[in-house]
Design a protein around this ligand. Structure first.
Ligand code: ZN
Length: 425
């Protein structure tokens, strides 16, 4: 692919590839052909990037219904690999890859390492899972294509990880944020900090909370930590990366178009506002995606990054659109509440959002927040005011705050239920 130097070139490239994707999906997949015919739009109708909005949406249900090889748009002999999502409910999503899909994935994954400031001198300890659910192999193929040295260890096994950090002098580690924290504590515990050469960490599959980052940084004094996004539907990990300025995730707009839509109306939200990520692939052969609703929430970051890259940026993922609350005509996501609370000292990690409709006919929000261990309830009034102020400032809604003692809200090993909506009739 030729080097893309300007926004105009990028748009021209996107339009040309969008036409190709619609044509390819229409020809290769009976499911897409039916959807496109039903929407009354065909490959010839794509004349500008605005025509993207005429295309029908694709959803997770489309992928499940076509199990085991959904939305396949090439003959079977072209498929060289599959990956699947582990999936908590229903059938798994299985995605098929052609040789070119794997090459493309490898190519843009190599770009992640470049974005993270690596050089061929770097030694990359890959401590993420390998297998059908996960794509550790993409971390490795990207690393090799980039030209750095891959050390494919897989997750866990802290003994071996520590030994390799010392013996091989690994400079970069790829792992989940939880594993990163475990490693940092283990290195600290063993007192081997001065014998290792670790400079950067790249976190996949779960986003690193600010608290985790701070702790890892305290223990390891890294130069940089990066978040690498990725979902199986869209190749897998490596679809973008924050650069050394950490102003958001540069995403590979030459491989897919990202729309941010209001999950209720499905119209685009103004630039900079939160909405659902909807992706359309531009190169994918095996299973192209046309306006695939990811249910993940984020926002586009306006303007140009200080690094000078023309690649646009999106924010970290802020939760799932299924968890959205509509309160007094404002869309609110639990991730935003998380974020507002994370900056306040004296409170714990647990909270609940209660919504109710009072006799005056208006909706009210009460935020139940746990105090941090060791913080007295007498701190209450001060903290309540702080929390309400922060919520008002960041989310622009008014809330009552009820502080409760540490340990009094229920814990769950799975995702805790945080929103209790008592407004229905
Ligand atoms: Zn940048």
């Amino acid at each position: 692919m030729p080097q893309i130097r300007s926004e105009e070139e990028l748009q021209a490239h996107q339009l040309q590839r969008l036409r190709w994707t619609v044509q390819h999906a229409y020809q290769g997949s009976p499911v897409y052909r039916e959807k496109l015919d039903a929407a009354g739009v065909g490959p010839k109708d794509i004349r500008s990037l605005d025509d993207l909005q005429r295309l029908p949406f694709t959803t997770a249900d489309d992928l499940k219904e076509g199990y085991p090889f959904p939305l396949l748009a090439v003959p079977f002999e072209k498929v060289v690999r599959i990956h699947a999502s582990s999936g908590t409910t229903g059938k798994r999503k299985v995605l098929s890859y052609t040789q070119k899909d794997i090459q493309d994935w490898t190519h843009f994954f190599a770009r992640c390492y470049e974005m993270a400031g690596l050089t061929p001198e770097d030694r990359v300890q890959i401590a993420v899972g390998y297998g059908v659910w996960t794509a550790g192999i993409s971390f490795q193929m990207g690393c090799e294509a980039f030209g750095a040295m891959a050390i494919p260890v897989g997750p866990g096994n802290l003994d071996m990880q520590c030994q390799f950090l010392v013996d091989f002098q690994s400079t970069v580690m790829c792992c989940t944020a939880s594993m990163g924290l475990l490693m940092a504590e283990e290195i600290h515990h063993r007192g081997i900090q001065d014998r290792i050469n670790l400079k950067r960490m790249i976190f996949g599959s779960e986003r690193a909370s600010d608290a985790m980052r701070t702790r890892i940084q305290e223990l390891l004094r890294l130069e940089h930590m990066f978040d690498i996004p990725g979902m199986t539907e869209l190749y897998g990990p490596g679809t973008g990366l924050d650069c050394e300025h950490h102003t958001g995730i540069h995403y590979w707009a030459d491989y897919y178009i990202l729309e941010i839509l209001d999950p209720e109306t499905l119209n685009p939200v103004p630039e900079g506002e939160i909405g659902e990520m909807v992706v359309t692939t531009l190169q994918k052969e095996g299973v192209p995606l046309i306006r695939y609703r990811t249910r993940d929430l984020t926002r586009l970051i306006p303007g140009r990054c200080p690094c000078g890259s023309i690649l646009p940026r999106h924010d970290r993922l802020l939760g799932r659109s299924d968890d959205m609350i509509i309160f007094r005509a404002v869309n609110i996501y639990p991730g935003q509440i998380d974020h507002a609370l994370s900056g306040i000292d004296g409170i714990g990690s647990e909270y609940q959002v209660m919504l109710d409709r009072r006799p005056d006919g208006r909706d009210y929000m009460t935020l139940k927040v746990e105090l941090k261990e060791g913080v007295a309830l007498s701190e209450g009034p001060n903290l309540s005011q702080k929390i309400a102020g922060e919520i008002k400032k960041q989310i622009m809604v008014s809330t009552d705050v009820e502080l409760v003692a540490y340990g009094s809200l229920p814990r769950s090993e799975r995702k805790s239920k945080r929103v209790f909506d008592h407004r229905e009739a």
